[in-house]
Design a protein around this ligand. Structure first.
Ligand code: AMP
Ligand code: MG
Length: 342
């Protein structure tokens, strides 16, 4: 299959492909999504197939407006409405109990709940509107690889396997949305996946406590978001996390052991270690926002670098604000391995 690149002038054509059961990747503010009609089970089956995604990992339903959710969910709570009003369009996915059989079970993984989000990207909102149906949109990468933050990344993983890619530049945030479960019978909102909308922001708006799913805080728990149990975001090259104070020791150890080292870090650290390493992917500044935005692109770039690297050292950040989302993804890429002085 030939994969077409659709620009802004050809959104209607992309929407027609989707309405006819085809797959078109789309840009969002977080990462690129792999779009298909959420109402066509055969199209959704294709999404799982081209990604190589396990079928028990349910998909997020992307809508063009909060009111579109009401087709699938009865009696939205005041809390739900407030969150949509405050954070949509934006990087917050909400999980609701749905009306029985209102969505194909291949979308929900057979659960009585479904995940919804309105992305903050005008072209993609137009795509959903013109397709006249909600779209599933898991990250448009091969399952297990770093999520795509540019058209090139999508092309690399999926060209020849999908009908098209809607062009939208590099993504602004770079890590996937915060997933918030609003289906708990106790009424307590629970974060299943950290993202750019933080626990602190949610608590400030709701004026109540928001929980973190316990698997996010303790090892060995089975996650409530089925997808969180899989190894994600992993390049082929071994990745190690490095705390700020450990960079000199980490690069000295890597040199002593003849590793070919690539580094992912902000300018401050990058300058310090540049001469001791074979390749550097520099985040555009020293903030956690910049790290989140550059992480997946950096992992991909260094993994494919012609320098033949066999170790990637990546800067660890404090797990607060968007640093929590960055570290959640980085820990998976690194298999939880930190550099430690022996
Ligand atoms: P992805 O599509 O790769 O961004 O992943 C979507 C995330 O949302 C995965 O972690 C899913 O397990 C999670 N998710 C989607 N639907 C549900 C649901 N109904 N209940 C719990 N988690 C869900
Ligand atoms: Mg994904």
């Amino acid at each position: 299959m030939e994969t077409k690149i659709f620009d802004q002038q050809h959104i209607a054509e992309a929407a027609a492909v989707i309405a006819n059961g085809g797959l078109v990747a789309f840009p969002t503010e977080t990462v690129y999504g792999l779009g298909a009609s959420a109402l066509l089970p055969d199209a959704v089956a294709q999404v799982y197939q081209v990604k190589g995604r396990p079928s028990d990992n349910p998909l997020i339903v992307h809508v063009a407006a909060p009111t579109q959710v009401e087709t699938y969910v009865d009696n939205l709570s005041p809390m739900a409405k407030q969150l949509m009003q405050t954070f949509w369009p934006g990087p917050l996915t909400l999980i609701f109990n749905i009306k029985p059989n209102s969505l194909p079970s291949i979308v929900t993984g057979g659960l009585p709940t479904a995940a919804f989000r309105m992305p903050d990207h005008p072209q993609t909102v137009a795509l959903i509107q013109q397709a006249q149906q909600p779209l599933v949109g898991p990250s448009a990468n091969t399952s297990g690889k770093p999520s795509p933050t540019s058209v090139d990344h999508v092309w690399h993983d999926l060209h020849g396997k999908i009908a098209g890619i809607l062009e939208g530049g590099a993504t602004r945030i770079g890590v996937e949305s915060t997933v918030l479960d609003l289906s708990d019978p106790s009424g307590t909102p629970i974060i299943l996946r950290p993202g750019a909308i933080t626990k602190e922001q949610l608590e400030a708006v709701l004026e109540r406590d928001v929980l973190l799913d316990k698997h996010l805080v303790s090892a060995g728990e089975t996650p409530k978001a089925p997808g969180m149990k899989y190894k994600h975001y992993a390049p082929n090259t071994r990745v190690m996390m490095v705390k700020d104070a450990d960079w000199a020791a980490a690069t000295a150890w890597a040199q002593a052991n003849h590793f070919k080292v690539g580094v992912l870090a902000g300018p401050e650290i990058a300058e310090r270690v540049r001469t001791e390493t074979a390749a550097v992917y520099q985040y555009f500044n020293d903030s956690a926002e910049a790290a989140a935005r550059g992480l997946f692109a950096g992992l991909r770039a260094l993994d494919e670098s012609t320098a033949g690297l066999n170790l990637l050292l990546a800067a660890a950040f404090p797990e607060e604000g968007i640093g929590a989302a960055y570290m959640n993804r980085l820990k998976k890429a690194a298999n939880h391995e930190y550099f430690q002085e022996k």
